[in-house]
Design a protein around this ligand. Structure first.
Ligand SMILES: [Zn+2]
Ligand SMILES: [Zn+2]
Length: 237
């Protein structure tokens, strides 16, 4: 299942980033700059327990606490580690947005990375179930997604930033690991804890394992998780 290099919301110093290792590749759910620095500090080899074959990043949306470290990751992997980086987006539109960010603004060279839509990525990674469109901010309407993946056979649902769990409900089966945005403050663009508390008993009855991530108030949400019988996203370190 996922470990986290950070589980904080946008204004925290350790932004949200889940990861796992699959066939020697370090697979990241978003890549904030804080995650890049943590990976560099820890060392790639330590994270993957041996030889690193490459880095793959799933993009949920283009807020900087989610994509701010991708360009640096590509530069670092290209110039220093000589490792390929793959960036996976939900569709052509988000791919174009990310291409502009990486090629035009970050100045990443074309050889440094490959940009794949979910359809293209599925050919290489059959364990990708799909991207799920969700609702987050008005400015990024239609360009915010969660991910459903099954890298080891067990289903993982990663909401990204979201105001609702509704689009994810059809994917939540018995045994699913759900990593959901959780917000202590009722800020309209995130998943408020009160709404989560209302739906958690139904999810637990269904056998879904719930983890809170992208936390704006770790103490309050930790307490809420304990009362609801669920967990905070597990930090790697
Ligand atoms: Zn965010
Ligand atoms: Zn966001």
């Amino acid at each position: 299942m996922l470990k986290f290099l950070g589980r904080g919301s946008a204004f925290h110093s350790q932004n949200n980033c889940g990861f796992f290792v699959k066939d020697g590749e370090l697979v990241l759910m978003d890549c904030p700059m804080s995650a890049f620095h943590k990976i560099k500090y820890l060392g790639f080899d330590k994270l993957v327990n041996g030889v690193t074959k490459g880095v793959t990043v799933f993009v949920t949306h283009t807020h900087s606490d989610h994509v701010g470290g991708i360009g640096m990751m590509i530069h670092y992997c290209y110039y220093l580690l000589h490792l390929p980086v793959k960036v996976i987006t939900a569709n052509e539109e988000t791919a174009e947005n990310v291409r502009y960010l990486l090629s035009v603004l970050e100045g990443c060279c074309d050889e440094g990375y490959s940009l794949l839509t979910v359809q293209q990525a599925k050919k290489e990674y059959p364990w990708i179930v799909g991207a799920v469109a969700t609702v987050h901010t008005q400015q990024l309407e239609g360009r915010c997604f969660g991910w459903v993946i099954e890298p080891e056979g067990t289903r993982i649902v990663f909401t990204g930033d979201t105001t609702t769990l509704e689009p994810f409900i059809p994917y939540l089966e018995k045994g699913t690991y759900l990593y959901t945005d959780a917000s202590a403050h009722d800020c309209v663009v995130h998943m408020h804890i009160k709404e989560l508390e209302a739906v958690i008993p139904r999810l637990r009855d269904k056998g879904v394992k719930v983890y809170f991530m992208h936390l704006d108030d770790e103490q309050m949400l930790g307490e809420a998780a304990r009362k609801a019988g669920v967990q905070l996203a597990p930090l790697y370190i």
